[in-house]
Design a protein around this ligand. Structure first.
Ligand code: NAP
Ligand code: GDP
Length: 327
C-alpha cells in the first residue's frame, strides 16, 4: 500500500511544523501549502529548526485563492487535509478585521470547497480555537458550551467552525473541528504572550534588556504544548466518524504566574523588570479560559503530557540558546 498523503496549510507556522514532523514520523507524504513572499523563498525557519525542510514538499498557495487550492488537491489527491493557516494573532485582528475575516473565515471555506470539489473522500481538519468561547458562558468550556466571540479573530474562527460542521452535515464530508486551547512551544510566534515572556527573560538574563513591557497580567489561559496538540489533530482524523473535540489541559494559570515561572527559571525577580504598558491591552479581553478535555480523553485516548511549567522552562532555555548563538 502506498503511503498516505496529507496536505497541510499553514505548514510554516508553529503547529504546521510540529504536525509535519509527526506525519513524517508516521510515514506520510507531506505537502505544505505556502504563500509566496518577495524575499527569497519561503519562511522555513520552523521546519529548519525541526530538521525536516527537505522532507516535506512545498507548493505555492494562498487561502484566498480557491482556484490554486483546487489545482493542488486535484494534483496531490490527499487522504487528509489539515487547515492550519490563519491570521492567528488576536491583537492584530482589531487592526485588520477584514483581512482576518477573509483569511481566517472565508479561507477555511475555500479549503472546504476545494476538498468538496476535488478530494471529497479526503478527511478534513479545521483549526478552531478556544477564543470562540470569549466571554465564557460556563466556568469550564466543553464541546456543548455556547460560544461568545470577543474579537474579529474569534468571530472569523467561529464562522470557519460552523462551516466545517455544515460541510459535514450537508455534503457528508469527513470534516472535524478541533477546538484547541492555547498551545505554545519554542516555535511559537514572538508576538504571543508566552514566547514574548520567555524571550524577554532570556534577553534580560543576558544583559540585552532591562525591562519587559506587558499588558493584562491577570488574564488566565489553559496553556498546553503544541507537540501534544498536533497529536490530537491527527487522532481526530483516524476516527470512524468526524466530530468536534475540545483539546486542553484542564488547568488554567494567570499571565503573572507564567511570567514568574519564566523569570525564576533564570534566577530573576519579575517585579524588578516587568512594566505595564497600555499599548498591550486589548479593546475587549478574554479574561479566563479553562477547557474540559473529557471527550478527547475518552474518545481519542488523548492526554496532555507536558505541563505548563515544563514547557515554559523549555522555551526559556531555547530562547537563551538562540540569543547566545546570535551574539
Ligand atoms: P501561526 O504560527 O500563526 O501560523 C499561521 C500559518 O498560516 C503560517 O504558516 C502562515 O504563513 C499561514 N498563513 C497566514 N495567512 C495565509 C494565507 N493567506 N494563505 C496561506 N497561508 C497563510 O499559527 P499556529 O500557532 O501554528 O496555529 C495554527 C492554527 O491553529 C491557526 O489557524 C490558529 O489560528 C489556530 N489555533 C492556534 C492556537 C494556538 O494556541 N497556537 C489555538 C487555537 C487555534 P506565513 O509563514 O507565510 O505567515
Ligand atoms: P490569545 O489568547 O490567542 O490572545 O494569546 P496571546 O498569547 O496573544 O494572549 C494571551 C493573554 O495574554 C491575553 O489575555 C492577553 O491580553 C494577555 N497579555 C498580557 N500581556 C500581553 C502581551 O504583552 N502580549 C500578548 N500577546 N498578550 C498579552
Amino acid at each position: 500500500m502506498s503511503a498516505k498523503c496529507a496536505v497541510v496549510t499553514g505548514i510554516t507556522g508553529q503547529d504546521g511544523a510540529y504536525l509535519a514532523a509527526l506525519l513524517l514520523e508516521k510515514g506520510y507524504r507531506v505537502v505544505g501549502v505556502v504563500r509566496r513572499s518577495s524575499h527569497s523563498g519561503v519562511a522555513t525557519h520552523r521546519l529548519d529548526w525541526l530538521g525536516i525542510t527537505d522532507d516535506v514538499e512545498l507548493v505555492d498557495g494562498d487561502l484566498l485563492d480557491l482556484g490554486g487550492l483546487c489545482r493542488t488537491f486535484q494534483e496531490v489527491k490527499p487522504d487528509e487535509v489539515y487547515n492550519l493557516a490563519a491570521q492567528s494573532f488576536v491583537k492584530t485582528s482589531w487592526h485588520q478585521p477584514t483581512l482576518t475575516a477573509q483569511v481566517t473565515g472565508i479561507g477555511a471555506v475555500n479549503v472546504l470547497e476545494a476538498v468538496r470539489l476535488q478530494a471529497p473522500e479526503a478527511r478534513f481538519y479545521q483549526a478552531s480555537s478556544s477564543e470562540m468561547y470569549g466571554l465564557i458562558q460556563e466556568p469550564e468550556q466543553s464541546e456543548s458550551t455556547p460560544f461568545y466571540p470577543r474579537s474579529p479573530y474569534a468571530a472569523a474562527k467561529l464562522f470557519g467552525h460552523w462551516m466545517t460542521v455544515n460541510y459535514r452535515e450537508s455534503f457528508g464530508l469527513f470534516a472535524s473541528s478541533g477546538i484547541l486551547f492555547n498551545h505554545e512551544s519554542p516555535l511559537r510566534g514572538l508576538e504571543f504572550v508566552t514566547r514574548k515572556v520567555t524571550d524577554g527573560a532570556a534577553r534580560i538574563k543576558l544583559g540585552q534588556a532591562k525591562t519587559l513591557a506587558m499588558g493584562n497580567m491577570d488574564a488566565k489561559r489553559d496553556w498546553g504544548h503544541a507537540k501534544d496538540y498536533v497529536r490530537a489533530m491527527w487522532l481526530m482524523l483516524q476516527q470512524e466518524v468526524a466530530d468536534d473535540y475540545v483539546v486542553a489541559t484542564g488547568r488554567t494559570s494567570t499571565v503573572r504566574e507564567m511570567v514568574r515561572i519564566a523569570f525564576e527559571h533564570v534566577g530573576l525577580n519579575p517585579e524588578d523588570h516587568i512594566v505595564i504598558d497600555p499599548q498591550f491591552m486589548r479593546p475587549a479581553e478574554v479574561d479566563v479560559l479553562l477547557g474540559d478535555p473529557t471527550k478527547a480523553r475518552n474518545a481519542l485516548g488523548w492526554e496532555a503530557t507536558i505541563t505548563m511549567e515544563e514547557m515554559i522552562r523549555e522555551m526559556v532555555d531555547a530562547d537563551l540558546k538562540r540569543r547566545r548563538d546570535a551574539r
